[in-house]
Ligand binder design. Structure first.
Ligand code: SF4
Length: 544
């Protein structure tokens, strides 16, 4: 049973309460900042702390009112209008960096140096003080983004706030509000004031709404005003498809799936209609100055990303990446933090090249990839096809993974799809953390493996990414309480439980003063004698 409850405030319900088997705790930094952790209580009297993205919603003591928004934790942390990149370059450790150091288990100086080099970004706008600081960079834990947002056809503002709470509950490190329907501004305001994690947007979507969906009517002035509107609200990072150049558009003509990025297709349509480079490219320096004044991070969009396996790593994709590299250096010169968005659909053998090229062209700016999907043949399972690619690309250095839900290519995800997508991507991210040797990653695996081997079922559930489902699957066949300490489950049954047999071998060895190998040999010898003494027959008559 989940510990979650619905906190209903003036008719707006969001999920509150700790995840089963855990409680919110806070780890202090040197200067006394309180860094949240999720503390899992174990049945052997120990506890295990894990990185916590869920904000106050999982704190039993928190007073949640979605109409008031979250407490503005970071208000007053930085009085001067400078970006995290500028502070880092000047050798200053900001409170955000101090907070992140405790969260990631590294030194504050390491955080500062990674930000100064541009290898990592801290995407927290000055206008979003409710957000808890986090970092995106290849030398930190791999992060997961969840996309939300109502479309023109379905879903309400309240539902989107709940999806944000729900996604962060299960581990989303950032969320992107991709609303395209009516009430875009209002939806974003609700999400921002209630979000404990950074919020990203694609401002061209809202700009397009303002010109009734006709890309050729977009202007720099209208786009600039939209950017400022969103910066004022507190958006932390923005996808800008400034790398879609006029001369790249024909490169997509022979593709199987053309241009699949919404932002990419809007800008391509604009370039063709006006027959000149887009205002995102020609006004990029002005854009940098606006983002710098709020410390909003660029997420340079891959408008020409491949939308199918056939189009992976083609000339259009890599031509745009070269331009994103050029823009990265311009943004950094303005003191603006930058990350780079990546594909898409890429077969396994072509994934590594994407990371290597991105790092080379974009000065190791954090790579932020959608999947990639490693095959196109499994609609309804694209959370899995993409998690395969995501684990691989993260292993090679991608810093943040944009989740994919089972509804990808099919419809707008509901609450269950959001959870499935987040958990699937936490698996991909954590697998990459393990492969990269992140110091804290294996500790959780070891704790769970130990609980599993010792048949501490409750600890095994609670240490898992999704305790509710792990418990439900176990209880489907063995619901009785004594089964929570039983030395088997219904998969192999009591007689064939290999872990119980291993434990028996170890107990036998201890009892007879033997090593495990000797004990196995001894046990085999006893069984062999027993077999011979019964006539050496493989099949025994039923009566025996
Ligand atoms: S019965 Fe099989 S699956 Fe279940 S705990 Fe034992 S070895 Fe593991």
């Amino acid at each position: 049973m989940s510990a979650a409850t619905d906190s209903s405030v003036n008719g707006s319900a969001v999920t509150t309460g700790p995840i089963e088997g855990s409680a919110k705790a806070y780890a202090p930094t040197e200067s006394g900042l309180q860094v949240p952790v999720r503390r899992i209580a174990l049945t052997n009297g120990e506890h295990f702390d894990v990185y916590d993205t869920s904000g106050p919603y999982t704190d039993s003591d928190a007073d949640i009112d979605v109409h008031n928004g979250l407490y503005p934790l970071r208000r007053g942390w930085s009085s001067e209008h400078r970006t995290q990149l500028e502070w880092a370059r000047d050798g200053v450790v900001t409170p955000e960096m101090e907070f992140i150091a405790v969260r990631e288990g590294v030194t504050a100086e390491f955080v500062r140096s990674e930000v100064a080099s541009g290898r990592a970004v801290i995407p927290v706008s000055r206008k979003h003080p409710e957000a808890e600081p986090m970092i995106i960079g290849k030398n930190f834990l791999v992060k997961v983004n969840a996309n939300l947002g109502n479309s023109a056809v379905t879903s309400s503002v309240e539902e989107e706030v709940e999806k944000m709470v729900w996604a962060t509950r299960w581990g989303a490190d950032t969320i992107m509000d991709l609303s395209t329907g009516k009430r875009i501004h209002e939806t974003r305001e609700w999400i921002l004031r209630n979000s404990p994690v950074p919020v990203g947007t694609v401002p061209i979507y809202q700009a397009l709404e303002k010109v009734d969906g006709e890309p050729e009517k977009l202007t720099w002035e209208l786009y600039r005003d939209t950017i400022i509107e969103q910066c004022e609200q507190g958006v932390d990072y923005m996808t800008v498809h400034a790398g879609v150049l006029l001369r790249y558009v024909p490169l997509t003509a022979q593709r199987v799936t053309g241009i699949v990025s919404r932002g990419g297709s809007i800008m391509a349509a604009w370039c063709l209609a006006h027959h000149r480079e887009s205002f995102l490219y020609t006004r990029f320096s002005e854009l940098c100055e606006i983002l710098r004044s709020y410390d909003v991070t660029f997420s340079l969009g891959d408008g020409l990303r491949p939308g199918s396996i056939a189009d992976a790593n083609d000339r259009a994709q890599f031509a745009e990446l070269e331009t994103l590299g050029e823009l990265t250096h311009i943004a950094r010169d303005h003191g603006v933090q930058v990350m780079i968005e990546g594909p898409g659909h890429v077969p396994m053998d072509k994934i590594k090249e994407n990371v290597e090229l991105e790092e080379k062209l974009c000065g190791e700016a954090p790579f932020y990839t959608l999947g990639p999907l490693a095959t196109d043949i499994a609609p309804a399972y694209d959370h899995i096809t993409s998690a395969i690619g995501a684990a691989e690309i993260a292993r090679h250095g991608t810093a943040m993974l944009c989740y994919v839900t089972p509804k990808e290519h099919l419809g707008l995800p509901n609450r269950d799809d959001v959870k499935t997508g987040v958990i699937t991507y936490k698996i991909a991210a954590h697998s990459a953390d393990l492969a990269k040797g992140h110091p804290r990653a294996q500790e959780r695996d070891d704790a769970l493996s130990k609980a599993r081997f010792e048949f501490r079922w409750i600890d095994q559930f609670n240490l898992s990414l999704d305790p509710d489902t792990a418990r439900a699957y176990h209880d489907e066949t063995l619901p009785a309480e004594p089964a929570k300490t039983a030395h088997f489950c219904s998969m192999c049954g009591p007689k064939f439980c290999s872990m119980r047999i291993t434990q028996d071998i170890r107990a036998y060895a201890e009892e007879h003063g033997l090593s495990s190998v000797e004990a196995i040999e001894e046990g085999m010898r006893e069984k062999s004698e027993e077999f011979s003494s019964r006539g050496g027959r493989v099949y025994l008559p039923v009566a025996e």
